[in-house]
Ligand binder design. Structure first.
Ligand code: 1CP
Length: 355
């Protein structure tokens, strides 16, 4: 494999010195880019795009052609695991993801198959291998999965949710059933992420988009405990380098210390916590990723640059910060504004990395 030309993303996650702060954007491949819409139309639909390694590779690389991003992220979705388990993922125009057969009972949970990621999810591993080949060592490739809790919300609610009443009903009325599902999902995520690492992912991220809808005690019980199990099961070194793991709980700012205690390398932050406060609380324990409000990309370029500067100043000097949005980029932001954001991170961060 070609040596990495730009490894500042991996170095920052391990708090090793860097020249400037690395930056990438959650959901950096997607509908805000006209070239993404064209490739998706060519594929026919979203899942066909995910299942075609060449086209998945193409959309992964599209944002890297436009912007000086320091990492690529595999083009796929967190819902590939439940789909492989037989729940029947589909998308309806203008709506979010849906499942044909959501889960509601212990017997359905017991019947879920154990997935061999190189078989049922072989298309994801093919995409990872194709992307690694085409990146030609330019920047590292991030692999990812959903957290067990976040995957379970879709599997039990049958799709996106606002109040999460079905999964909470199971959590509080039939906790043993939910724990058995979360435990199965944690095992599946470990196999899936380790297969991505073996196929060439140089870092992995766990998206816990919905952990923040739980009370502090229930977060630890139903979400964090299973992410901890994942961290414990991951391959931490490959190709002679550490494979850093980032945990991101949206709305998880209250629980930073507990997340850092899992043994992860980095914690992802959304914009509802001040990064200066996060660094003060976490010290040197883990790196931090984040955390500009994605809606700031609607603002004028000067305002975006100002916001980047205040977040950089909030983190302060030294390595250990991967700049990102606090959640995925919105589909209607002007693509040029994403370029302003990425350039600003590099331009204004140099002063924090001298000496
Ligand atoms: O083209 C389309 O219309 C489909 C939109 C789309 C895209 C571009 C979906 C459906 N998934 C994706 C890609 C995707 N999903 C990536 C690609 C890599 C990149 O960042 O460029 C990633 C990392 C995800 C992860 C994902 N999917 C999460 C976790 C991160 C987050 O944003 O919170 C979640 C919750 C999903 C579920 C999902 N899949 C798709 C949508 C629209 C959603 C969200 C639904 C909801 O809000 O409940």
């Amino acid at each position: 494999m070609a040596p990495l030309k730009n490894d500042r993303y991996l170095k920052a996650l391990l708090k090793e010195p860097v020249d400037v702060t690395p930056v990438w954007m959650m959901r950096q491949a997607g509908r805000y880019l006209p070239e993404y819409k064209a490739t998706r139309a060519q594929a026919g639909d979203f899942m066909s795009l995910c299942k075609n390694a060449e086209l998945a590779c193409e959309v992964t690389l599209q944002p890297l052609r436009r912007y000086e991003l320091d990492a690529a992220i595999l083009f796929s979705d967190i819902l590939t695991i439940p789909d492989a388990m037989g729940l029947g993922l589909y998308f309806e125009a203008g709506e979010g993801p849906k499942f044909e057969s959501p889960l509601s009972s212990q017997s359905q949970i017991d019947a879920l198959p154990i997935i061999d990621p190189e078989q049922e999810l072989g298309y994801v591993m093919n995409a990872v291998r194709t992307i690694r080949r085409e990146l030609k060592g330019s920047v590292p490739l991030i692999g990812f999965s959903g957290s067990p809790w976040t995957l379970a919300t879709y599997m039990i609610e049958g799709g996106s949710s606002k109040a999460f009443t079905k999964i909470k009903k199971m959590a509080f009325a039939e906790p043993a059933a939910l724990h058995s599902l979360l435990d199965k999902l944690a095992d599946a995520v470990v196999l899936y992420l380790n297969a991505q690492i073996a196929a060439g992912a140089q870092s992995v991220m766990v998206f816990d988009t919905w952990g923040g809808v739980l009370s502090p005690r229930d977060y630890k019980l139903f979400s964090l405990q299973y992410m901890h199990k994942i961290v414990d099961g991951l391959t931490r070194e490959n190709e002679g380098r550490r494979v850093p793991v980032t945990l991101f709980t949206k709305n998880g700012g209250m629980w930073l210390e507990a997340i850092a205690d899992t043994g992860c390398d980095a914690v992802g932050l959304d914009w509802t916590i001040d990064i200066a406060e996060a660094r003060a609380r976490i010290g040197n324990k883990v790196a931090l990723q984040g955390n500009m409000d994605p809606s700031m990309l609607y603002a004028q370029p000067e305002r975006i640059e100002q916001e980047v500067q205040s977040i950089l100043a909030g983190y302060g000097s030294g390595s250990g910060h991967v700049f990102n949005l606090g959640h995925g980029i919105h589909l209607d932001v002007p693509p040029e504004h994403a370029g302003v954001f990425v350039d600003a991170v590099h331009r204004f961060s140099r002063q924090y990395h001298q000496g």
